[in-house]
Design a protein around this ligand. Sequence first.
Ligand SMILES: Nc1nc2c(ncn2[C@@H]2O[C@H](COP(=O)(O)OP(=O)(O)O)[C@@H](O)[C@H]2O)c(=O)[nH]1
Ligand SMILES: [Mg+2]
Length: 306
Amino acid sequence: MRPRKKPSPGKQHRSGFVSILGRPNTGKSTLLNALVGVKLAIVANKPQTTRTTIQGVWTTDHAQVVFIDTPGIHSGDSKINRRMMDSIRQALDHRDLLLFVIDASREPGAEDARALELVKQAGAPAIAVFNKIDLVKDKRALLPLMDRYRQLHGFTDLVPVSARKGDGLDTLRNAIIERLPPGPAYFPKDHLTDQPERFLVSEIIREKILAVTRDEVPHAVAVTVDEWKEEGRLTRVAATIHVERPGQRAILLGERGERLKSIGTKARLECEALLGRRFFLGLFVRVSKDWRESDAFLRDLDWRTA
Ligand SMILES: Nc1nc2c(ncn2[C@@H]2O[C@H](COP(=O)(O)OP(=O)(O)O)[C@@H](O)[C@H]2O)c(=O)[nH]1
Ligand SMILES: [Mg+2]
């Protein structure tokens, strides 16, 4: 009797958990969104935009990848910073693969070295992703940078990409699937994230705030959803934007409340696009002094502990 033909390895279903890490602002959240194909993580040109780990699931006929986006690796000693570092450490436990994201348009610095240290400690296979190549005029300049990282760590692959433009993402997706072990799908095909809608909405509001504020305001802002009512095809949300000082409240309100209004409109449109129904957003700005140092407040902010 002839032995039965083995399924070809390419067709074997593969799955796994893949953490995305790197120093702040390298484009980790943009990369997560691009790989999953849906905007799940908010993006801003500010360090520490991402405050918790965010999961995004990408499913194909032959593979399912659960990506975990993390806050940028940084030093800083406030309570919220320590919480962010804790969530990064958790995201490194028991991972099948790591994506170490480097901003290819900048010289590597101390923060990159710190992030690489965590990759080494995690001990999982890692792919080096050189992001923002759209900003690198002469692509030959990438080679010495890639060589440098090749010598610093035994990466399984080194892949140049532009998360913003989509360049190199197919190569990266193939490399990821190739490195994952055979395994079943953990989630239904249409499952995209573990974040509840309330959290997605609060994050979208926060993103619109980050886009219009500068200096100390972004770090001082937190958003809580206080009321959530579904009325047929309309979802009515009341949310509070917490700031630390009256001056920051004035900045957010703008003249005659214009700035807050524009934040609200932009956030509403994006909520409607992401969640596919109509929203009414009522936004309030409140001064909550020292929220960044309050354990109780930080616990309330984290939907995982809700
Ligand atoms: N030019 C360019 N900018 C990018 C790319 N990826 C991300 N960015 C920008 O870099 C900034 C930080 O992105 P974000 O995803 O929030 O970075 P994170 O802090 O690592 O999560 C944002 O302004 C992004 O629009 C890219 O491929 N090319
Ligand atoms: Mg981020």
